[in-house]
Design a binder for this molecule. Structure first.
Ligand SMILES: [Zn+2]
Ligand SMILES: [Zn+2]
Ligand SMILES: [Zn+2]
Ligand SMILES: [Zn+2]
Ligand SMILES: [Zn+2]
Length: 182
């Protein structure tokens, strides 16, 4: 349920702040990374995707940021949408062919959760997407597939989507991110 409501934002911030406000990370060994909240979008130097909100930022002068999920990855991960898969955290995608995230369909160029068996890839921030988004008025539930076109871009696509309980509103996970950044 991360990133879902402003209430859970604050809760998560306070818990994590007391535990690990500064960490060392293998991807940026020179300096510690400091936990903070960014109101502005940033580019994650781990997965290369845009983020907003909670992040770990270089405590020195570098322009180096990581999503919280990229800063503290799980070595391996299971996802309810792919019950047979075991995803391993890798600091870069395997092989030399372009790879795409199964959740958002965007390219994978940095940190990734990869299933060796079937070759599925998930961005760390996509692997940890909340199953429900709740802005207080409307609840959106995460689905692996929806049959209707996306409310924002009008396309169908194979990406995961959030759907309202009334089923009238479908939004690709990438399109939800664009809206959240506005
Ligand atoms: Zn990231
Ligand atoms: Zn630094
Ligand atoms: Zn798999
Ligand atoms: Zn993704
Ligand atoms: Zn869309």
């Amino acid at each position: 349920m991360m990133y879902s409501t402003s209430k859970s934002f604050r809760k998560e911030t306070s818990i994590t702040n007391t535990k690990c406000s500064e960490i060392s990370h293998f991807s940026h060994p020179k300096h510690k990374l400091r936990f903070e909240y960014s109101e502005f979008p940033f580019k994650c130097d781990g997965c290369k995707e845009v983020g907003i909100g909670l992040r770990y930022k270089c405590s020195s002068i570098c322009d180096y940021d990581l999503h919280m999920h990229c800063a503290i990855p799980s070595p391996s991960l299971y996802h309810p949408f792919y019950p047979k898969c075991s995803f391993q955290f890798l600091s870069k995608p395997p092989g030399n062919i372009p790879r795409y995230c199964n959740a958002c369909e965007k390219g994978v160029t940095g940190f990734v959760y990869h299933c060796m068996t079937c070759g599925f890839d998930l961005h760390p921030c996509c692997a940890k997407l909340p199953m429900v988004l709740d802005d207080g008025e409307i609840k959106l539930y995460l689905y692996r597939k929806v049959s209707s076109p996306c409310h924002r871009c009008g396309q169908k696509g194979r990406s995961w989507s959030y759907r309202s309980s009334c089923k009238k509103c479908n939004l690709h996970v990438a399109c939800v991110r664009e809206i959240q950044r506005l």
